[in-house]
Design a protein around this ligand. Structure first.
Ligand SMILES: Nc1ncnc2c1ncn2[C@@H]1O[C@H](COP(=O)(O)OP(=O)(O)OP(=O)(O)O)[C@@H](O)[C@H]1O
Ligand SMILES: [Mg+2]
Length: 279
């Protein structure tokens, strides 16, 4: 079942910019779906449709089989179900302290004080931000803000979590840690949708990949299928994962082949190289 589906959505900003041309996007229940695309492609615009912040100029957004209803009460319910972590944490964090910020969502859900406290503590721990409870968010570093913003959505325990560039601004360890957290949440049944430029991380985690360019989805499939279409990847100003790029160079320049499709991860490449060496 698709928990989120957009049907032929077109979105035009008030100034006339056509940011989405005709987008059909689906996220299946329990999957990790990645949306890749260059700057200005329409990733953030598309994501803001998933919980009704933006309303399509035409077409429809369907969540759990129901077209989104834009009255206030239904939108509130929708937003407990679909949590969105914005690309820029400054658009999200607003409370005087980290603790109050993370507590805001669960408190609005009418949970008990104890439950809210438990969730805040757990969420901050999972993003590696324990001990920052009393700090004002504007005194945090960029990466720390990002983690707190993720914790704020996490604390609401949504069924579907949408993260706009969750690893941008994080150091390598922080990025892996957040991806690992998303992986664990997904194992526990949460559907995860992320946008990213980080093509090295995508094949490790995502089961479905979409490529968006100039407001159009130009490719979709599993990572192996999508990254085999090198031409489309480059047309969209994206690149292959480093490992696949190395395999491509070895193949084309040095006529050393480890077979196609090119391995996308260190693990796969290692296996293929060892197979060759041992022959
Ligand atoms: N509030 C706005 N008003 C008018 N045009 C906008 C607005 N927000 C975004 N756009 C335009 O819509 C298009 C899509 O922007 P969007 O932010 O969705 O891209 P993106 O894929 O998220 O890019 P990035 O990788 O830089 O985050 C761009 O051409 C952008 O200039
Ligand atoms: Mg964006």
């Amino acid at each position: 079942m698709n928990v989120i589906e957009t049907r032929e959505i077109i979105y035009e900003y008030p100034d006339g910019t056509k940011a989405l041309e005709n987008v059909n996007f689906k996220a299946e229940d329990g999957k990790i779906v990645a949306l890749l695309g260059p700057n200005g492609a329409g990733k953030s615009t598309l994501f803001l449709h998933f919980n009704g912040i933006l309303r399509p100029t035409s077409g429809e957004v369907v969540v759990n089989g129901h077209p989104v209803s834009y009255n206030k009460k239904d939108l509130m319910k929708l937003r407990q179900n679909v949590g969105i972590v914005f690309q820029n944490p400054d658009d999200q964090l607003f409370a005087p302290t980290v603790m109050e910020d993370v507590a805001f969502g669960p408190m609005n859900m009418g949970l008990s004080r104890d439950e809210v406290e438990k969730r805040v503590k757990d969420a901050l721990k999972r993003v590696g931000m324990e001990g920052f409870e009393k700090k004002p968010p504007h005194h945090l570093s960029g990466g720390q803000k990002k983690r707190v913003a993720i914790a704020g959505i996490l604390a609401m325990d949504p069924k579907i979590m949408v993260l706009d560039e969750p690893t941008s601004g994080l150091d390598p360890k922080g990025a892996s840690q957040i991806m690992r957290l998303l992986y664990d949440l997904n194992e526990d049944g949460m559907t995860i949708i992320i946008s990213t430029h980080d093509v090295d991380l995508v094949p490790l985690y995502a089961s479905t990949v979409y490529i968006i360019s100039h407001g159009n989805i130009i490719k979709e499939g599993n990572p192996q299928t999508v990254f085999s279409d090198v031409e489309t990847i480059r047309t969209a100003n994206l690149r292959l994962p480093r490992i696949a790029h190395l395999m491509e160079i070895l193949n084309k320049e040095d006529h050393v082949s480890f077979g196609k499709p090119y391995p996308l991860t260190i693990g796969e490449a290692r296996r293929k190289i060892l197979e060759e060496v041992e022959d």
